[in-house]
Structures are given as structure tokens and as C-alpha cells.
Write a protein that binds this ligand. Sequence first.
Ligand SMILES: [Zn+2]
Length: 410
Amino acid sequence: MATTAREIDVARAREAVSRAIDEAANDLIALSTFIHDNPEIALEEVRASAACADFLAARGFEVERGVAGLPTAFAATVGTGAPRIAYLSEYDALPGLGHGCGHNLIAIAGIGAGIGLAAALPSLGGAGQVNVYGTPAEEAVGGKVIMANAGIFDGVDAALGAHPGASDAVCPTVEGSGQALACVLMRISFHGQAAHAAADPFNGVNALNAVIEVFNGINALRQHIKPDARIHGIITHGGDVPNVVPHFAQAEFFVRAATLAGMNSLVEQVRRIAEGAALMTGARLELEMPEEANSDMITNYTLATRLSQHIASSGLALPEAKPEPGSGSTDWGNVSYVVPSVETSYPILDRICTWHSRDVVEASVSPLGFANTLAVARAMALTGIDLIAEPELLADVKDEFARAKAARAA
Ligand SMILES: [Zn+2]
């Protein structure tokens, strides 16, 4: 069989992106408005995920719904072969607030980029896949964590996403920026022995004392942990009444560190403190980690730098990235350990404001919010073109990914 020469025409591919996103703009805004007006919280995004999946299916994507055992997750694909470029969408709302984090915009940023790059594929030599993933429950269990563990992102060559922010939003192009802390929930329970707190306390084993010793131990540890690590907790059960020695007490802590390995070593230290508290009090320790850990975010700066150039050329002027470590955690982190990743931020407000607020609910359906989201979608699609058309760029991205992972394993 004769092979046909595969022609790559980047100029035509770029035109196809612009045309596809311009033509779909009104429909994308309508989709985002629908998600905004029908807010659904984590794992309950039934209408939002269906609307996104239907939108992509109607535009030629092959859509698999309910991936990774998550009914509101989906995987949408166009094209064949390599490389595989993925865009990640979110759509969960906040309880009692609605879309106070702008995830209705994240939904169409990913979908807009996906349909843009899909339209460009015929001008890119015919090989390459576009994947759009619907990733639920970012605000709760972290759908991306579950999807990454299920191998959904295996084989993807690069993953891009965008999260709205205030006027100080940046694309993380400088080493040290765009990072997030690894994070895990530790639930520490103690089982003691109830007794009358005045009549025969000597027959009791005080589970609350054990919890208090855990707090004391962690506070002593605090002097010796890295400045970017965080250990913060509450007592979820401290007894029932003051005249009964508490037979059961429980605390929950989030343990965070700059890397997954650093977090794991802190978890071990907290475990030993809890074991010590059990030994001191005679209460029995039960230690659970009921949720999967969030990995730290390994931002790929080669990828982010190219994306930021396309964001700038789309007319969106973002502030310079600074090498400041993040203090939050995100389920993107787990994707970033599997696939070279960037999650850019971009402004939907012309001022700085409190996030997870009414201000954000309003900005998430504002003309500025939609205009900037579509600009970022276009920039993500154009970056996808570069990754397919310039094998050396993708090689650099993968090189950096391998080095960043090796540095964390050292
Ligand atoms: Zn968010």
C-alpha cells in the first residue's frame, strides 16, 4: 500500500481553531450559563456532565460516560494515533453558593479547546488525538484522583486546563510557580474505657486525653517541619458528657507538604505521635486515611511557557508568574504525576476579590468571564497544534516531566 504524504499546515490549522471556536462561541456560552444556572455539587453533576458530553458527541467526539466508576465523569475522543493531547473540564458547584469557583467556565474552556484542536487535526498530517475529560467533584473527593488511579490518563502526552481567577491570575511559567501541596486526610480515633469521672475515674481510660496528646505532639513537631508544610486539625468527637470519662474520641488532620514524598514522611511522624499517645494513655489507636491523597502539582514549565505565549497573542495580558510556592492542594496534582500538565489561571474580574464568593458567582456569567475563557480555550488549542506539529517541543515537555519526577523520587 502506498503511503500518502502527510502534510502539516500550521497556518491552516490555526485558522481552523479560530473558526471552530468562533462558530461555537454562542453555544459554549449557553452551555456554561446552563451549568451556572443549575448548580450541582460534587458527584451530583448529572445535568452538567450530560450537557457537556452531549455537546461533544454532537460535534463528532466519541464519548464514554461514567468512566472510572464515576457516573458524572466522561472521556471524549476525536482522532487516532499519537500524540494525545488532553483538555480537562470541571463542572461542580459549591454547596449553598453555586458556581462561586467558576467551574462552569472551566467546563467550556476544556470543551472549547477540544473542539478547536479537533477542527485543526486534518491540517496536522492526520495523526493525533484530542481527549476532553469531564472531571467531577474537584471541590470534594477529587474526581481527577480517582480517574488517574483508574488509568484514565495513561498514554496521554500532555494535559492542559484553565482555572478562572481575579485580576492577579497568572500562567505559571516560572519554576516554583503553579505548584500545589500534596495533601492527605488523617482520621485518628482512640478507644478507651468509660467510667464515672468523679466516683471511679481510676477505672477509666480517657480517649480524649489521647487526642489532646496528639495535638501536643504535633505542636512540638511543628518547629521541625519545612516552612511550606502544613498540619491542621480539629477534634470531631471529644466525649459525651463531663461526668463520664470519654471512651471514644476522634480528631481529623490534613497533612500537607511540597511533595508527595515529603507528605508521606510527615504522615509517618504523625502516626508515631498517635502511637505514642495511645501508649501514654492506654487507649487503643485506630488510624484511617479515608480519602486518596492529592499529589503535589508538577507544573510543566515548557508547556506553560508555550501556552502563555498563545494567551498573550490572544490579547489577554496576564501578570508575570513569580516563583512562589502554592499553599493549597488540587486533584490536578495526581494527573501531573502521570502526564505533563499545566493548569493556567486567567482573570474573569478586573480586580482582586475573595474567591468562593458571590462576586465569583456573578463574574462566572459575565461578558468578561466568557470572553477571557474563550480566549484561553483558543490558546490551549493553539498549544495543542504546536505539540502535534513540533515533535521537538513535545520531546522537551517530556524531558522536563521525567526530570521533575526523578527529582521528587530522589
Ligand atoms: Zn475551583
